[in-house]
Each structure stands twice: as structure tokens, then as C-alpha cells.
Design a protein around this ligand. Structure first.
Ligand SMILES: Cc1ncc(COP(=O)(O)O)c(C=O)c1O
Length: 494
């Protein structure tokens, strides 16, 4: 590595001694290089994929997705079984959903967590039975709630008192009993980006368990009294009392999700402790036995060098141990547990392929006033197919995919083709010095929150998603958009 590069790169990035080697904390075994050095996905060479489906292209390994879904299913059920507890695993569809993916998740024995009427529609189209589906969201519409109840979803996760009231009202009108979980904020600050941390108080999700927040519940003093509550109770306690009083609601329990891309076990254990303690308080106070707790998802994956994602078995064992210890301390039975991993199942299962376009060296001044050079490599996609770098400062890595990345490696920044200087795909990576226009780059771990967050910014068409499976020809899972698609909703000259 040249002296100038050291000033331009973060500490975690090291010069690749063997640039053809795929870092296995980022790349699953479904991704390999063949004898010529070309990257393959489930045995299919990337050039075959790009010749057939073009670039940019999302490639999603069905084999990897199914294997990871199975790992989480088995890890959680085994870990909790050891403590005599039952568990359900919901795949968080928001991370990446298509009809086929919903079907695979169902076939692998996972339930499905949907975050909108649209995600619910995909699950319905895939034939996922209602009782296996959860509907989430902090602002569900009447139509979404109606549809969920009509289809008989296994649970609606209510995020506020107005939602509890709305669900009760709609269920009454429909002559249904709505199975409801209440999302609470355990007040644990997870160490992740602020926009994906969701259990501290000052954000939009969940209902506060903190004493004194009942006064924020928007219910009158008389109503509080009629519920036998006080102003020094918690907002969530008011929601629980209202849900228990509503004849059209079957209150199943509490839900929390502390955030996403979290590596440490501590935050999850702390949240579990707090929610279990609170549930026991509710059980005593309202003389009920709420049967279930959902502890959400959020398990981190490897995007870049140095990140150490934990295996599903370790995550599950730590959670099962801490839940069982907490329940023993509280003197309560372990309730039915559920979990909602998304990224940790879909993320490493997908990659994005891009074609290299213009390559440009840019002079920058380092902190000592010395002029240095950064190599900018432009590709044919960008923030419209991967918004995470712009949204969360997310870091990725990239490799040369169509041939072996031999020779000298140069510190590079991979950028998109959008009209934003923040349109960065990979902030820091080493790529071969001889990289040229027409080469194919692969960005790993793009299976989650990339297609799901994609847009048509600058009128780019969304790329296709191609599914691969060991011993099978690659199949188009979601076709890429065309210019006709772009123009289809535009009503023309008015
Ligand atoms: C309620 C809920 N459950 C599960 C998830 C999935 O999180 P992850 O994909 O990080 O596992 C999310 C992500 O935002 C969420 O909001």
C-alpha cells in the first residue's frame, strides 16, 4: 500500500494480500471464484448472469436464503426448547420481499412479518396463510386493518392508543376479534445508526413503558379513572387497559424491536429483561396472563472487513439464556417468544452486479495540506438501487467479479451515476489497478434493504432481481423496469 493511500482510508480497511479471496464474514459459501477467477453465484458465473439479465442486477440466492431461514428457525427453536419454551420466527419482509421470497420463507417454516398493506398483498399472493402473518406499522390505514382482519392475520402489532382504538372499532364493525400485540419502547439505546435504532424514547415507534407517560395518552381523567389508571402510569399501560377492555381485541402480548444491524447481545437481553418485567407487572395488575412476547429482529451482518456477525445459534442461545434467567428471577413462566430477523436472513443472500463506466482520479488535500489522489470508479447504478450509504452512511465493499483481481490494488471509491455527490456505493475499497470500463463489480450483502428501498431517482429503471439456486438455471424473480414502466403512470401533456 502506498503512503498516500494510508491517509485516505479508514483503519478497518487493509490492503488485500490475496485480492481474489472472498472474506467469509461477508460472503456466504454460495459465492465462489471459479478456476479462472470469475465470481460465481450458486455455481453460475456472473458473466452468464449479466449477459442474460444486464446490469445493474440484483442476484439473490434462493439456496442461501433458505439455508439462513432454516438456521434461524432451528437455532431459536432448539435454544428455547432447552428451557421448555416455544418460539416462532417471523421473517421481516420489509428487508426484501417478493412472492417467491414469501413462499420460500413459509416453506422453511417461518412466519411472515409485513409492514404495510402492500407487503400483506405480496404475502397473500404467495399463499401464506393468514395465521402465519403479522401486520406492523406505526400508522396503519383503515383499509390495511380491514384487509388484515379479513384475511385473518395471526396478529396486528398496534403502535399507539389511537391504533388500538381504531383496530377495536374496525373489528367490531366487521364482527371479528382482532389478535393484537402492543409495541412498547423499552428505552434501550442500541448502538447502531440513529435512524435504525428504535427503542429509545425520542422516536416514532412504540409506546412508552415509563412511569408518568399516561398523561400523554390523550385520554380524559374520567376515562383513566374508569380504567382504574392514574396519570403516573405509563402510556403503554393505558393501551393495555384499553385493549383488554375492548371486546373485539384479543390481546396477545407485547412487542419490541430495539433497532437494526446490532452486533452486541447486551441490548437484546436488556430489552427482554425490561419487557418481561413490565409484562409481569401487567399480568398482576390486570389479573391476566399475556401469552406472548415478540423481541423483534435486528441482528447484524458483515458488510465490511472487521465486522463480526454472530451465528444464529449464538444469538438464539444468548437470548434464550437471558430470557429464561429473567423469567426465573421474576418467578414467571417463559411466555411464547417470537423473533423477527430480516437482514440477517436476506442480507448476505444477495449481491448487486454493476458494470464499470468512467474511472477518474481526483486530487484531494490531506490533513497536512498535501495533495493526494483518490480513484473514483463510476458504475451504472447507485443510490436508486442502494440508498443505504446515503440514508445511514452505510459502508459496503466491492470486488472485481468478471475476472481474477490480480496485481496491484488501488484504493478506490465506487460511485453511482446519479446527480448527487453523496451518491456513493462503496466509500472505501481496494480494486485492481488495471480495472477498466466494462468490467463487472459485485457488491456483497445487498440482499436486504436495497431492492426494498430502491427508487427511480433520475428516472433510472429499477434493476431486475435474479434468483439462483444450486444445480439450477438462474431465474428472473422480479423483472427490471423498462422505460415504458417509467412512463406508464405519467399522464402526458395536460
Ligand atoms: C418491527 C421490526 N421487526 C423486525 C425488523 C427487522 O430488522 P432486521 O432486518 O434488522 O433484522 C424491523 C426492521 O426495521 C422492524 O422494524
Amino acid at each position: 500500500m502506498g503512503a498516500e493511500a494510508a491517509l485516505l482510508k479508514p483503519d478497518w480497511l487493509t490492503y488485500p494480500e490475496n485480492p481474489a479471496e472472498l472474506n467469509r464474514t461477508i460472503w456466504l459459501d454460495n459465492f465462489q471464484r471459479d478456476e479462472s477467477g470469475e465470481l460465481t453465484v450458486d455455481g453460475c458465473p456472473v458473466t452468464e448472469l449479466t449477459e442474460k439479465f444486464g446490469t445493474p442486477e440484483y442476484v439473490f440466492s434462493e439456496s442461501a436464503f433458505r439455508a439462513r431461514a432454516g438456521e434461524f428457525r432451528d437455532a431459536f427453536s432448539q435454544a428455547f426448547e432447552e428451557h421448555g419454551a416455544e418460539v416462532s420466527v417471523y421473517y421481516a419482509g420489509k428487508s426484501f420481499l417478493s412472492t417467491a421470497v414469501a413462499h420460500w420463507a413459509h416453506e422453511e417454516g417461518l412466519n411472515l412479518d409485513t409492514a404495510s398493506g402492500g407487503e400483506l398483498a405480496v404475502a397473500m399472493r404467495a399463499g401464506v396463510p393468514g395465521e402465519k402473518i403479522a401486520l406492523h406499522g406505526n400508522n396503519k390505514s383503515v383499509a390495511e386493518i380491514r384487509r388484515a382482519l379479513d384475511y385473518g392475520v395471526g396478529r396486528i402489532v398496534a403502535d399507539s392508543i389511537p391504533e388500538v382504538q381504531l383496530i377495536a372499532q374496525i373489528a367490531t364493525e366487521m364482527g371479528k376479534i382482532a389478535p393484537v400485540m402492543l409495541r412498547v419502547t423499552p428505552g434501550v439505546h442500541a448502538s447502531t445508526h440513529d435512524f435504525i435504532a428504535t427503542a429509545h424514547e425520542d422516536q416514532k415507534f412504540g409506546q412508552s413503558m415509563a412511569a408518568g407517560t399516561a398523561r400523554l395518552a390523550g385520554v380524559s381523567a374520567e376515562e383513566l379513572e374508569s380504567l382504574e389508571l392514574r396519570e403516573d402510569d405509563a402510556y403503554a399501560t393505558v393501551a393495555v387497559a384499553l385493549a383488554l377492555r375492548a371486546e373485539s381485541i384479543d390481546l396477545r402480548g407485547l412487542h419490541c424491536h430495539i433497532g437494526s444491524q446490532i452486533f452486541e447481545a447486551e441490548g437484546f437481553s436488556k430489552a427482554a429483561e425490561k419487557v418481561l418485567g413490565y409484562m409481569q407487572e401487567l399480568n398482576r395488575r390486570f389479573e391476566v396472563e399475556l401469552p406472548e412476547i415478540d423481541l423483534g429482529g435486528g441482528y447484524g451482518i458483515g458488510y465490511i472487513e472487521g465486522e463480526q456477525p454472530r451465528a444464529a445459534a449464538d444469538v438464539a442461545t444468548e437470548l434464550a439464556d437471558s430470557v429464561s434467567k429473567t423469567c426465573a428471577n421474576l418467578g414467571m413462566e417463559i411466555p411464547h417468544l417470537s423473533f423477527e430477523p430480516g437482514r440477517s436472513i436476506s442480507g448476505p443472500s444477495g449481491i448487486t452486479l454493476y458494470t464499470v463506466g468512467t474511472i477518474k482520479n481526483v486530487a484531494i488535500e490531506d490533513e497536512h495540506g498535501e495533495t493526494r489522489v483518490r480513484r473514483y470508479v463510476s458504475v451504472d447504478g447507485g443510490m436508486s438501487d442502494n440508498a443505504r450509504p446515503v440514508l445511514y452512511d452505510a459502508d459496503y465493499t466491492a470486488v472485481l467479479a468478471n475476472r481474477a483481481p490480480a496485481g496491484e490494488q488501488v484504493l478506490s471509491r465506487v460511485v453511482g451515476k446519479h446527480c448527487e455527490s453523496g451518491d456513493i456505493v462503496v466509500r472505501y475499497t481496494y480494486l485492481p489497478e488495471d480495472l477498466k470500463a466494462g468490467d463487472i463489480l459485485a457488491v456483497p450483502a445487498t440482499g436486504a434493504y436495497c431492492y426494498a428501498l430502491s427508487s427511480n431517482y433520475n428516472m433510472l429503471t429499477r434493476p431486475p432481481v435474479v434468483a439462483t439456486k444450486a444445480q439450477q438455471e438462474p431465474r428472473l424473480m422480479i423483472r427490471g423496469e423498462t422505460e415504458e414502466d417509467l412512463l406508464a403512470r405519467d399522464q402526458g401533456l395536460l
